[in-house]
Design a protein around this ligand. Structure first.
Ligand code: SAH
Length: 412
């Protein structure tokens, strides 16, 4: 008798024609509404996926509670290698993710090592901050004890971190019906370190209550912004100083604005770390609501508050958390950009970002064009950029692409 393949013992999830079509289009998710049968499939299982007639479509990780019921982990059909040993596959994918970045990630010891679906490891995010790894586990399958253990073992073997910390989002665990867990050290004792990107140094501190980290996805945009920065600069939504610190060596004066005092305190510590680079230049940190501040600063040139700049960075939090928020989000972006454009001197540089996935690049450029018209400024595009290459974009999975960063110059 021919030996049955080990994958035959895996539970099977049947998907509807619409779900199957989505997978054929190259996507990796099937929503719960497109599941035909998932009888007695345990939460977080590795499953075989078939269409409604039973034709194999590949292998996936199953969630019993998320709206995204299955996340494909392999499209291999029985004519290829079947997936039987999940930990072994994950170890292989982790090694691949690390190898992928080796030639692409330069001049930094802080970067995203694993970006979930974009690294074919759905539900796992790993960031490296020098000798500390920060991991996020986002699905039932990745949370299983034996899966966690093999992830940690492989990361340790390949990257030799001093410690590994876990960042927990309680809302994600709730959605995945996973028991609550605290953020904290998973391995090792070290929770604070200093990392360097583009020769600029930053603090990382994973200790409860003063968690820090960085917007690693902006790393290449920091370097790009620094290439154009000049004169007096304003970094709006500066957080811990990512853009401000990169601009400072090229500018006469830099001001950072954020509504979070703890973020500004870390920004100030970061400035102190970069004394040599800043050559005693002081960065001014202002705690304020950016909308109010820009309203005051952009007002007519005759008022006391009006300010003018040569470089302005806008990097607000995501305004569109869902598709429904798109119009309101675009109004928010337009207000900020309009005010910034009014404040720029001729030949000034605008660096404007959006990390809302629901605002597409063309939505964003249209918004900016309309803000320029209303501000009576003529804008020339210098660069239309996205997320750093350690946050890969899977072309057929639009959700993996979210960051926009436009650099433009005001001609008059
Ligand atoms: N530019 C930063 C990342 C910005 S994240 C970097 O590269 O590291 C968004 C920031 O906006 C957060 O620090 C948050 O505190 C701040 N923020 C949110 N709403 C704000 C508001 N209305 N006014 C000012 N800052 C705000």
């Amino acid at each position: 008798m021919p030996k049955e393949p080990a994958s035959a013992s895996l539970p099977t999830v049947k998907v509807s024609p619409r779900g199957a079509a989505r997978l054929k289009d190259g996507h990796v998710w099937v929503y719960r509404s497109d599941i035909v049968t998932a009888d007695s499939v345990l939460p977080g299982s590795l499953v075989r996926v078939t269409d409604h007639r039973g034709k194999p479509l590949g292998f996936a990780l199953y969630s019993s509670s998320s709206q995204i019921a299955i996340r494909m982990i392999s499209r291999d059909t029985p004519s290829h290698e079947p997936v039987t040993d999940l930990p072994a596959l994950l170890r292989h994918r982790i090694a691949e993710a690390i190898a992928y970045r080796a030639p692409l990630v330069i001049d930094t010891d802080a970067y995203r090592v694993i970006f979930s679906e974009a690294d074919f490891l759905p539900g796992l995010i790993v960031d490296r901050y020098a000798d500390i790894l920060s991991i996020q586990i986002l699905t039932q399958a990745m949370d299983a004890d034996h899966v966690r253990q093999s992830i940690l073992a492989e990361l340790t073997a390949l990257l030799h971190p001093a410690s590994i910390v876990e960042r927990v989002d309680p809302r994600v665990r709730e959605l995945e019906t996973l028991p609550p867990r605290a953020s904290g050290l998973l391995q090792g004792q070290k929770f604070a370190t200093t990392f360097t990107m583009n020769s600029v140094q930053f603090r990382f501190d994973a200790l409860e209550g003063q968690k820090t980290g960085a917007f690693l996805d902006q790393r290449e945009n920091y370097a790009a912004a620094a290439r154009y920065a000049k004169g007096e600069a304003l970094d709006v939504f500066c957080y811990q100083g990512g853009f401000a610190l990169h601009l400072a060596p090229h500018c006469a004066q830099v001001t950072g604005v954020d509504s979070s005092r703890p973020a500004l305190e870390v920004a100030d510590q970061n400035a102190a770390l970069n004394d040599a680079l800043l050559k005693a230049k002081e960065i001014e940190w202002i705690e304020a609501n950016a909308f109010d501040l820009l309203k005051d600063y952009s007002s007519s040139a005759h008022t006391y508050e009006a300010r003018r700049y040569d470089t302005i960075v806008l990097d607000p939090p995501a305004f569109a958390k869902s598709k429904r928020d798109l119009d309101a989000a675009l109004r928010g972006y337009k207000e900020l950009n309009l005010r910034a454009l009014k404040m720029l001197r001729p030949a000034g540089i605008l660096v404007t970002c959006s990390c809302s996935y629901h605002v597409s690049q063309s939505n964003f450029l249209e918004m900016l064009a309309s803000a320029a018209l209303d501000a009576h400024r003529t804008l020339r595009l210098l660069e239309v950029r996205g997320q750093a290459k350690d946050h890969p974009i899977l072309l057929n999975v639009p959700e993996t692409s979210y960051l926009k960063c436009v650099i433009a110059t005001v001609s008059h």
